[in-house]
Design a protein around this ligand. Structure first.
Ligand SMILES: Cc1ncc(COP(=O)(O)O)c(C=O)c1O
Length: 393
């Protein structure tokens, strides 16, 4: 018996829900299953719902600022969950992590400069670089024996070739699901330090390390790493609060922080959302038990997917160390990317993120979102299995 309800299928259609409503707007059938964008089909932690209800009853929604209680809740969350306590003055708030990436690009580079990333990677990394008139330097991850690793030599060569002075690190990595170890982070960090490269660490999925793995905050590696880092965190994935538009960015170095703040202020953004603040504090103070239960549910869903994939010739699962977004290697199906799209969308009636969205390195892969009630995941796996079986005939 679980204390929280992760089983009820909540109808999100008609609520302006990106995941479900954008799908039907594209003309797909009502019983198609959208398991793409990274939000969850679960209600958030009861602590947040109660705190929001109380705040709504107050009825005054004027300009808001982070209180002592808010800052303490955020700091002690990272201390308890990840053994790293960010200092209060490091905190700069933004309405989202992608917003913070764009601010960092503007703060630390000039138009025409290169910014380095490790594809296949969350596609807004590339968009925030290119849409701001910068150039992308790519150091693709290596994929060998079903495991992704960083290409240190290739990364350093790219820095030397392009002169990139900014690196957007995805820690843990979406979509390949790696929870980078301290050794891996230190090694890439050392290269960045040697070349005077600032590291923007997107740690939005920090709380989803699976059993046997752990999240290593980049800035926890030590003072010299922290001093060249911008660490992007948010409660939005952890507690399904993306619509409340709030993220906490930690920048230990005062000069980097000042430059980041200036660039943020130039966007016109100022105070955070009152409901975002309310929900975040409640979750970080009283949502831990809910999160631990959620993670067990996600593990159960992963086991369902693993069992289904074991029955799909030509498909394998890249072992998921963190996030709730497993990455499926479909290259053994003998289909090109258009064929994989047809298989997923027309035969299996699913909406998954196709691998090529994350860069050409994602060709032959798809990403699935497991954060839905188990019954929906079972249905999705069944449909995919049937579609693959039909293909084999
Ligand atoms: C790695 C990564 N960064 C950032 C985001 C989005 O963050 P936000 O909604 O705060 O802009 C996502 C959402 O999927 C993500 O996977």
């Amino acid at each position: 018996m679980t204390k929280y309800d992760f089983e009820t299928i909540i109808d999100r259609r008609g609520t302006g829900c990106l995941k479900w409503d954008a799908w039907s707007r594209r003309g797909h059938a009502p019983d198609d299953l959208p398991l793409w964008v990274a939000d969850m089909d679960f209600k958030t932690a009861p602590a947040a719902i109660e705190a929001l209800a109380e705040r709504v009853q107050h009825g005054v929604f004027g300009y808001t600022m982070a209180t002592d209680g808010y800052c303490e809740a955020v700091q002690s969350w990272f201390e308890r969950r990840h053994g790293w306590r960010p200092e209060r003055e490091w905190l700069v708030m933004t309405p989202g992590v992608v917003f913070a990436l764009a601010v960092a690009v503007n703060a630390f580079t000039q138009p025409g400069d290169h910014v380095i990333i490790q594809p296949p990677v969350y596609y807004p990394f590339r968009l925030m670089i290119q849409d701001n008139g910068r150039k992308m330097a790519a150091s693709p991850l290596l994929y060998e024996n079903g495991r992704y690793t960083m290409d240190y030599e290739g990364f350093e060569r790219q820095l030397e070739k392009t002169g990139a002075k900014l690196f957007i690190l995805c820690n843990p990595h979406n979509p390949v699901g790696r929870a980078w170890t301290a050794d891996e982070l230190r090694r890439i960090g050392d290269i960045c330090l040697r070349h005077g490269v600032t590291v923007v660490a997107d740690e939005i999925h920090a709380d989803f390390a699976r059993p046997g793995f752990k999240h290593v905050p980049y800035a926890s590696l030590g003072e010299r790493y922290a001093r060249h880092a911008v660490v992007c965190t948010a409660p939005s994935k952890t507690f399904n609060l993306a619509g409340l538009q709030l993220s906490n960015i930690f920048i230990p170095d005062p000069d980097l922080r000042a430059a980041f703040k200036r660039a943020r202020n130039r966007t016109g953004y100022d105070e955070p959302s009152v409901l975002g603040i309310t929900a975040t504090q409640a979750c970080y103070e009283r949502g831990e038990e809910w999160l631990d239960e959620l993670k067990k549910v996600l593990d159960g869903n992963y086991a369902v997917l693993q069992a289904a994939v074991d029955r799909m010739p030509g498909v394998s699962l890249v072992p998921l160390e963190s996030t709730y977004l497993p990455w499926l290697d479909c290259r053994g199906l003998g289909l090109d990317d258009a064929g994989i799209k047809r298989l997923v969308e027309q035969d299996a009636k699913l909406w998954l993120d196709l691998g090529t969205m994350f860069g050409p390195e994602g060709s032959g892969f798809v990403r699935m979102n497991l954060a839905s009630p188990k019954a929906l995941i079972e249905q999705a796996c069944h449909r995919l299995e049937q579609a693959v079986a039909k293909l084999a005939k």
